[in-house]
Design a protein around this ligand. Structure first.
Ligand SMILES: [Mg+2]
Length: 392
């Protein structure tokens, strides 16, 4: 008899990151001596046969995510645990006003559950294309606080990443919309590193005009950058604008981090509005949604770049042929990671966990292949929610 979803539990907890502050737009930036308290949560699903699936989001563990997960958790209790595709389609409908984001965490926990029940790694269940993931160091936003505050500081930090083993580095620019210093930084990095390092630029929608985005794009052309990501304040949501930009620069555009849903991403590809396709298992309806997006891109001959880091991200990328880099998010001077320290088995998305080959490994244990540090989570717990079939 099929195992049913008996219980969904959500554990809220907090952790602290040193030397990290934030600006008025929730951008995380370096701030010497600051201590940022970050809230996150873990989803745990128990099946009627006693098997347990868990998922601990990284950057996708914010309060809006928590609200959506709490909204859909009662919907999945009592459903067959193996029917992820049907649950995906149910939650897509339930969360139609919210981009489906909260379905992601449930889906990832269900994949972990499947792996635990079958004794198989999720990476192998998805297809098992590779076991080492080439990575780029994805730096936190540039600042004016003495961290990544000037082009020389970017060179120093990128050199530090190079010494660790990285051969690719992504700049998140300043958050004040100043195109001049972005251009200066792009050209300086290219001059310093030559072909030793591959660079990407992610402006996170901070540049305010198309004209400035174009100016920066042309600097990326001159510097040979690998991609330009979400450059200006359409926030990477205007097909027309990104298509226009594509026509005017040579650097490939990476969009779709801020576009939710498989069908809208398909429309972007069909409109020739992006070069790279973006997907994130914590935003794009889970591992199921991310793999659908990867296969959509594959069918168009495009590459799918997974946004951010974590065990689910590694499992997805491990099963993609059409993907270039694992995003090691987010790091900076004196900030080895801003992701939660919740693994008891050595799993790490910190800067110094990269291999000398510039790669991160794909966990090989059953499910997502990681063991959560429940002592840490319980010691730092701030809330608890339980949706149980027996409670009705
Ligand atoms: Mg981005």
């Amino acid at each position: 008899m099929a195992a049913m979803i008996e219980r969904v539990e959500i554990f809220e907890y907090r952790f602290v990151v040193e030397n990290l502050g934030s600006d008025r737009k929730h951008n995380r930036v370096y701030q010497k001596g600051a201590r940022s308290t970050i809230s996150n949560f873990v989803v745990r699903i128990t099946a009627s046969d006693g098997a347990v699936g868990e998922f601990a989001p990284g950057l996708g563990g914010k309060l809006p995510h928590l609200g959506q997960v709490l909204f859909v958790a009662p919907v999945v209790v009592g459903q067959p645990a193996d029917e992820r595709e049907r649950i995906f389609n149910d939650l897509k409908k339930v969360l139609r006003h919210f981009g489906g984001v909260g379905a992601s965490h449930i889906d990832c926990a269900l994949w972990d559950l499947l792996g635990k029940r079958t004794g198989m790694p999720v990476a192998a269940l998805l297809g098992g294309y590779r076991k080492r993931l080439p990575a780029y160091a994805s730096a936190i936003h540039a600042d004016d606080n003495g961290g990544l505050h000037c082009k020389e500081a970017f060179v120093d930090f990128a050199e530090q990443c190079y010494q660790h083993g990285f051969r690719a580095f992504k700049v998140h620019g300043w958050t004040d919309g100043d195109a001049g210093r972005e251009v200066e930084n792009i050209l300086h990095l290219a001059r310093h590193f030559g072909s030793r390092m591959t660079f990407m630029l992610d402006l996170g929608g901070e540049i305010l005009t198309f004209a400035d985005a174009l100016r920066i794009g042309r600097a990326c052309d001159e510097a040979g950058f690998f991609w330009l990501e979400d450059p200006f304040r359409d926030n990477g949501t205007s097909q027309h604008a990104q298509k226009k930009l594509r026509q005017m620069i040579r650097t490939p555009i990476l969009a779709l981090e801020h576009v939710r849903g498989l069908e809208p991403k398909a429309d972007w590809i069909a409109a020739e509005a992006t070069d790279f396709v973006r997907a994130d298992p914590e935003y794009d309806l889970g591992i199921t949604g991310t793999m659908k997006t990867a296969h959509l891109a594959e069918a168009f001959g495009l590459d799918c770049e997974v946004h951010s880091s974590g065990p689910a991200h590694r499992a997805c990328m491990s099963a993609m042929r059409n993907s270039n880099y694992y995003e090691l998010a987010l790091v900076g001077p004196s900030i080895p990671t801003i992701l939660p320290p919740i693994y008891a088995d050595g799993y790490s998305d910190a800067l110094d966990a990269v291999g000398k080959d510039g790669c991160y490994p794909v966990p090989e244990g059953p499910g997502l292949g990681v063991a959560l540090d429940w002592d840490f989570i319980r010691a730092n717990r701030t809330g608890y929610h339980c949706f149980d079939r027996k409670a009705g």
